[in-house]
Design a protein around this ligand. Structure first.
Ligand code: BGC
Length: 895
């Protein structure tokens, strides 16, 4: 390979370790990724060189390869605590290298269970299993000698924790260690705390709270302690000195436990903080505090082999939202409107009042008759109470609870000043990676609503809703939203971590619980409910498609196989119509109190999902070179045939003559021929026209309907559906002032009252899954090969839109598509393709012939015409593009 040329422009701005975690990686062979910037158009990588400095100078490994995303670690595996520097450069077709990237420091965390000398400890006091008890504070003093080189804190808890070193907070994470399948997987966090310590006396303090471990959780919200009755901490502070000596301060029975001002903290119920108790524990996490009255600690069981280093992004405060207005409600209470339905908590600044005054914050997503409407929250009281202490002008915010709200009611303050009340937005701190806009402001608001619903519901676990007494990782909800989530945020780490919990929580039959993590055991172990349990197979496939991560497929494969085998066993060769099914959940025609009882046959849905899941199993086996390819494919064909026999009538109509049935038939390639698909598309359009283009689908049909129409030449119907404002429709909620996606098409009824059913959330992302179609078909930016290495650029203007644009930070770098259509019928499209990727460009331009372009900026102009045919039998880039899935087979099964 040639030497580096000084005028080579191409550069590698940053080397990424795994999905962004370089400090405290939990694997000995972290994968590496990079992007190429400032390259000449069409630049292609032919090789790369990775260099490592483990303390004895740089040594490099060269690899002829076009790969730049998640490439394997080519060096000796890291050992626990090892710190090395790594850098990369890449070579183009001529063998000319880029400049070296900046070196990045990679440090391994504790990789082996034997690295843990700490014991998990809890206060030695009786727990009140029936009632509540204040969250404890744990503390321990220690001494730091001279010449400290580095200090690391590895820490986790049963419950939630916040760690402090000599009065200073460690990190800015909230809700650590997050929610996992605690019995089998408990995440720990690693912190570089060198800067918090100097030679001398110190103390470490750990504040604990109930969180998901010991707090109230669905489905029996009057019960807590689902995982255990004791909150506990596991911490190992490692002090390494210049001479290589290592001192360890670890949780053990010498730690002391006491109570502080926090009197209760619960995710559903909120927090109570009594500032009058602050002085009694002032300095509790500093050295010299008198803890003689505090309890001792006892050890609780925890197998170190179940400890895993967190690789999903931590939860943080990500935004501060000021009030847009403050009103006095009819009851005389002050209600603050933040203008946005969001998730997090209220922060109060400069609270004053007589000691003992109770300042109470209540939350709601919606008002009725000028007052908070808390009925949708059910048993989640979502109330925070601050009891004023001696301090004047104290700032306060809860830290171990979160609420879903737009409005907060404040009582107990003599005066509420807008400048002293803010809403703090809290969620997993993922990097934003996807944007969309178009010429229709209502569609833009719909998109924005999906983004806010994702933010609110990606709080460590992807949940159904963030506000009522539920907030669980419902599998079906994520299954339909995962493609949208993958575009909008770098949510790979969060979803991959959730999948590890899904595998951990599968029962011995391979069945998948309805909610992950599943605290409740049997009750939620349905096993094989279509579209819900299928998340076990579909979500890993989506992550592979969208992030190019083949290893996530390999890691999940055993879980996927046991689930697929469970499906096959439970259904048998004939469809088992005894198995529980959710059906096309929240179809608008389902009775209000029975959201699963819509007009689409539940077993038609179940059989369609069987085919789709088995198709993905076969495709996954091919990607991994696993032996089960033919077996799963044969099963898929069996159920495809069964579906046709059972649900297609002689005249071509389906047994359930509903939009969802035809959408499944088209997207999951269940019909025999393109002509049958076209007829199915025609029937969908007819059914929709008969409904006045109002929505006629639930969780199952809604993510598919626009793709199914697009694939069968019914683009106009897709746009009519998208742009309809009469209820039920996507834009109905927008015209009602929605700032998030609602759970039901009519969460707010046309008469302005809240849907009175037991189940009404104003923040549920599932029905927002249409945004993936906005990205792929309206703007025209879709992945064609894993990780957007090949991109399909196929904008499909319609509905009177005059422009649209989408931008995505893909694993290869930024890709963007932007188009305009003017009144004269001239169409213009600007495209940016990152180095290392190519795009297949299919434009609505007269005489257009599909072409493939390389990296760089491209501009196309011409006379608008939608006559261009799709490049191959429909490629949408959607994970449910089953015709494309089938095409990827080595043996053509339709032959
Ligand atoms: C959740 C849904 C979920 C459904 C399934 C509801 O309570 O909020 O989003 O998928 O239950 O039954």
């Amino acid at each position: 390979m040639a030497n580096e040329s000084a005028d080579s422009l191409a550069a590698i701005p940053a080397l990424q370790v795994e999905h962004g975690i370089a400090f405290g990686v939990g694997t000995s062979r972290p994968r590496l990724s990079w992007q190429i910037r400032d390259a000449s158009p069409g630049w292609e990588q032919t090789g790369y060189e990775l260099a490592l400095d483990a303390g004895a100078g740089w040594s490099a490994v060269q690899q002829p390869s076009p790969e730049s995303v998640l490439v394997p670690w080519p060096f000796r595996p890291l050992i626990s605590r090892q710190s090395v520097r790594v850098k990369v450069r890449a070579y183009d077709r001529e063998g000319a290298p880029t400049r070296w990237s900046e070196p990045v420091t990679v440090e391994a965390a504790l990789l082996d269970p034997t690295d843990w000398t700490a014991a998990m400890v809890a206060p030695d006091w009786p727990e009140d299993v029936a009632g509540e008890r204040p969250p404890p504070l744990l503390r321990k003093e220690f001494r730091v000698a001279e010449r400290l080189r580095s200090a690391r804190l590895y820490v986790t808890a049963h419950g939630l924790y916040r760690a402090c070193l000599s009065g200073q907070p460690v990190g800015d994470e909230l809700f650590a260690p997050g929610w996992t399948a605690y019995r089998k997987r408990l995440r720990y966090q690693a912190h570089d705390v060198t800067d918090l310590l100097t030679a001398g006396d110190h103390a470490i303090g750990i504040a604990l709270a109930d969180g998901w471990y010991r707090g109230y959780l669905m489905p029996t919200v009057t019960r807590r302690n689902w995982y255990g009755t004791r909150v506990a901490a596991l911490a190992q502070l490692e002090l390494t000195y210049d001479d290589g000596r290592r001192d360890v301060v670890a949780t053990d029975e010498t730690w002391r436990a006491g109570e502080g001002p926090l009197r209760s903290a619960d995710i559903y119920r909120g927090e109570t903080y009594d500032a009058r108790l602050e002085s009694a524990v002032a300095g509790w996490s500093r050295p010299g505090f008198d803890d003689r009255d505090w309890a001792t600690c006892i050890t609780v069981d925890r197998d170190p082999a179940t400890l895993v280093r967190q690789f999903s992004p931590p939860v943080r405060r990500t935004q501060t939202v000021p009030p847009v207005s403050m009103e006095t409600a009819p009851t005389g209470r002050v209600i603050v409107d933040f203008g946005q339905n969001l998730v997090g908590h209220v922060r109060l600044a400069a609270v004053t009042g007589a000691p003992g005054t109770q300042v109470v914050l209540r939350h709601a997503e919606i008002l009725q008759n000028g007052e908070l409407c808390t009925e949708p929250l059910r048993a989640a009281t979502a109330t925070d109470t601050y009891v004023v202490g001696e301090r004047t002008a104290a700032d306060w915010e809860p830290e171990f609870t979160f609420h879903g709200f737009r409005y907060a009611e404040i009582t107990g303050l003599s005066e509420v000043r807008a400048t002293e009340v803010t809403a703090e937005v809290v969620h997993s701190d993922m990097r934003r990676s996807g944007w969309f806009s178009c010429s229709d402001p209502l569609v833009n608001r719909l998109h924005e609503n999906a983004v806010w619903s994702m933010r609110g519901n990606f709080l460590d676990v992807p949940t159904d809703c963030p506000q009522r007494d539920e907030r669980l990782g419902w599998t079906g909800d994520l299954q339909v939203f995962a493609p949208s989530a993958s575009f909008l945020y770098d949510s790979h780490g969060l979803m991959a971590s959730w999948l590890a919990d899904l595998a951990a929580d599968q029962d011995e039959t391979g069945g998948v619980p309805y909610v992950v993590p599943n605290p409740i055991g049997r009750l939620y172990n349905g096993g094989t409910a279509a579209a819900w349990s299928d998340a076990a197979v579909i979500v890993p496939w989506v992550l592979y498609q969208r992030f190019g991560d083949r290893d996530v497929l390999a890691r999940q494969y055993p879980s996927m196989v046991t689930f697929a085998d469970c499906l096959l066993r439970e259904h048998g060769p004939d469809l088992n119509e005894e198995l529980y099914q959710f059906g096309d959940w929240v179809d608008p025609r389902a009775p209000m109190d029975a959201p699963g009882e819509g007009p689409t046959d539940k077993y038609l849905v179940a059989c369609a999902y069987l085919v789709y899941t088995l198709d993905i199993m076969a495709a996954t086996a091919r990607v991994l070179g696993a032996a089960d390819d033919q077996r799963f494919q044969a099963h898929a064909e069996h159920y495809r045939q069964l579906w046709r026999t059972r649900y297609v009538q002689p005249d071509g109509r389906l047994v359930s003559d509903t939009v969802t049935s035809y959408a499944l038939a088209i997207c999951f390639a269940l019909l025999e021929s393109p002509a049958d698909e076209a007829a199915a598309g025609g029937r969908m359009a007819e059914l929709l026209a008969a409904e006045g283009f109002r929505i006629a689908t639930g969780f199952v049909g809604t993510p598919l309907v626009c793709d199914a129409l697009t694939a069968t030449g019914q683009l106009d119907a897709a746009y009519r559906l998208l742009l309809e404002k009469a209820p039920p429709s996507w834009l109905y909620a927008v015209t009602q002032g929605a700032t998030t996606i609602w759970e039901r098409w009519d969460s707010l009824l046309p008469d302005g009252t809240v849907n009175p059913s037991e189940m009404t959330s104003f923040n549920h992302y599932a029905l927002g899954a249409v945004v993936d179609w906005l990205h792929r078909s309206v703007a025209g930016l879709a992945p064609l090969a894993p990780g957007y290495r090949e991109i399909l650029v196929r904008p499909l203007p319609g509905g009177g839109l005059t422009s649209a644009q989408a931008r995505h930070e893909s694993p290869y770098g930024e890709v963007s598509v932007s188009w305009q259509l003017d009144a004269n019928g001239d169409f213009a499209c600007d495209l940016l393709v990152p180095a290392g990727a190519t795009a297949e460009v299919v434009l609505p331009i007269e005489g257009w012939e599909a072409q493939r372009v390389g990296s760089g900026r491209h501009a196309f102009r011409g006379r608008f015409s939608l006559a261009t045919s799709p490049p191959r039998r429909w490629s949408s880039g959607a994970p449910w593009d089953a015709p494309a899935l089938i095409r990827s087979r080595k043996t053509e099964v339709h032959a």
